[in-house]
Design a protein around this ligand. Structure first.
Ligand SMILES: [Zn+2]
Length: 257
């Protein structure tokens, strides 16, 4: 099967399959990955990130079977906008997220929680940084990373909600996962080793920080974020510069306080 394939549920691990939403863009890569988790003997499933409010996509996800839980990795609209409608389609299942504003029903979700559903135990990791409300979910030998680690390229630290110090901390914790933990990301293809991916992200962040320090040495400490973007992200597609500016603001806050 060629990647991406819209509208086709693609099994990735023994318990996780992905349905790709048709919302491609420079920020979302081929689109948002909606993950459907199901244990071997379960008819029901757990849905991670229903995705954008796209009726066709949501109905495809709904067709995967009875929905026991709906969990959100974070509140960005490409992951969460469809959650309310999806919950309706699923017959009134709640929506669980760290941010109370995103929840539907009474049950919350936070780091340290274990969600037992669809024949699985899903462990919740608090991984702030991309956003303050970012969570990862461990299931069997895989970790669902939302936008904390992507299948390709790197992610943004969505300043001021996302903070770089938190993000580096979250990456360090992901770097301690057992080897061969599969990354099931919010965008892009799965990756074979979460610890390796997180370690590479850390190295990339350190490199960017060094570049920002060098730019500040040249431009002065009161350089604007835009000036720093032009100096540091010259190698990056200009369509990504607005997003790069969020990350630069996060880096400036980290370096200058
Ligand atoms: Zn996001």
């Amino acid at each position: 099967m060629t990647y991406p394939a819209y509208g086709v549920l693609r099994p990735v691990t023994a318990s996780a399959s992905v349905l790709l939403a048709e919302n491609p863009s420079v920020m979302t890569l081929e689109g948002t990955n909606t993950w459907v988790l199901r244990g071997a003997d379960s008819t029901g499933c757990v849905v991670i990130d229903p995705g954008p409010d796209d009726e066709t996509h949501l109905r495809r996800v709904r067709a995967c079977g009875p929905v026991e839980e709906i969990l959100l990795t974070h509140g960005h609209p490409d992951h969460a906008d469809g959650a309310r409608r999806f919950a309706e389609l699923a017959g009134g299942v709640g929506v669980r997220a760290l941010d109370p504003a995103l929840r539907l029903g009474s049950e919350g979700l936070a780091g340290g929680d274990v969600v037992a559903a669809a024949g699985l135990e899903i462990r919740v990791l608090a991984t702030p940084g991309h956003t303050a409300d970012s969570l990862c979910f461990l299931v069997d030998d895989a970790v669902l990373t939302g936008d904390t680690v992507l299948g390709r390229g790197t992610t943004v630290v969505a300043h001021p909600d996302g903070r770089l110090a938190d993000y580096l901390d979250s990456l360090r914790r992901l770097a301690e996962l057992p080897p061969d933990t599969t990354v099931l990301p919010g965008h892009g293809p799965e990756l074979p080793d979460a610890a390796a991916a997180a370690t590479a992200y850390l190295a990339h962040r350190e490199q960017r920080l060094d570049q920002v320090r060098a730019a500040l040495d040249q431009l002065g400490r009161d350089a604007s974020p835009r000036q720093v973007v032009e100096a540091v992200y010259a190698d990056v597609d200009r369509a990504l510069w607005p997003a790069a500016e969020w990350s630069v603001r996060a880096q400036l806050e980290y370096l200058l306080g």
